[in-house]
Design a protein around this ligand. Structure first.
Ligand SMILES: [Fe+2]
Length: 277
């Protein structure tokens, strides 16, 4: 009887790649990507290509969508929140809207493309979130941050945008509020994945976290830190409520186009720590 030939490492690599490919089939983007989509006067979003989570240097077969928010300030400077992968045509389109000036990393997980934009626009200011420099260094991402974000907005955009630090321990992020359009700009604080855009097994996994449309939730990694940082969480929610946001723009999943304040009230009420009690 003939023995089955031992599986070669090439075959194994192929089968792993094939398994990974199957796990990404069925994922869909917010098309069109890499084009500016106006939301209101002086503010718009740009949906980007898929990104993949990398853990310990291994890229997971979990495709997720990312989105950049662009605000045109009163002086025509552009504020790019969580810049997506650099794209030449997109950069030209944005230059027709204003001057690309601020490249903002709102948390340590959203920064990977700032270096690309900074190279193309050396006069733009790169803004760091807490720990982002260490993270970029550890992952050998080529980016230099010139300034640090602070709980108070800098003079550069104070007139148009307010901000605060949303606690969440390791996942803390700066959140922003565009005053004229009453838009709250979040990164990972609330995630609102559309299940129809996710392939299995990710669809079921997302469902288990509760972070899906239309009742998107606070990112699960932030929930315990919010419980442990009751005072800071309460202050951050109070500040966000004081803004009375009309819409909530997100980096992952579908944005909330209206009743932003209700969205915040609902997500807040889910967590006993952050209630009024
Ligand atoms: Fe994210």
């Amino acid at each position: 009887m003939r023995e089955c030939p031992a599986q070669t490492s090439r075959d194994q690599t192929y089968s792993v790649q094939e398994a990974f490919r199957k796990m990404t089939v069925g994922a869909s983007l917010y098309e069109p990507i890499n084009v500016y989509k106006p939301i209101a006067l002086d503010i718009g979003i740009v949906d980007g290509p898929f990104e993949y989570l990398t853990v310990g240097g291994v890229r997971l077969p979990l495709p997720f969508t990312t989105r950049m928010t662009v605000v045109r300030l009163s002086n025509d400077d552009l504020f790019l929140h969580s810049p997506i992968k650099f794209d030449e045509a997109l950069a030209s389109e944005l230059q027709r809207i204003g001057t690309i000036r601020h490249l903002v990393s709102p948390n340590q997980f959203h920064y990977a493309h700032i270096g690309e934009w900074s190279k193309a626009f050396p006069n733009a200011i790169t803004w760091a979130s807490p720990r982002v420099r260490q993270r970029a260094r550890a992952r050998r991402i080529d980016v230099t941050f010139a300034r640090d974000l602070d709980p108070n907005p800098p003079a550069e955009w104070r007139q148009d945008i307010d901000q605060t630090l949303f606690p969440g321990g390791y996942f803390k992020e700066f959140v922003f509020f565009h005053k004229a359009s009453k838009s709250l700009i979040l990164t990972d604080a609330i995630i609102n994945i559309e299940l129809s855009k996710m392939p299995e097994p990710w669809r079921t996994a997302t469902k288990l976290t509760g972070m899906y449309h239309p009742r998107g939730q606070i990112f699960f990694g932030m929930r315990l830190p919010l419980l442990l940082q009751r005072r800071k969480a309460k202050a951050a929610f109070a500040k966000i409520h004081s803004w009375q946001p009309e819409r909530v723009l997100l980096s992952h999943g579908r944005c909330f186009e209206s009743r932003g304040d209700e969205v915040i009230r609902r997500t807040r009420s889910t967590w006993p720590t952050t209630s009024e009690r």
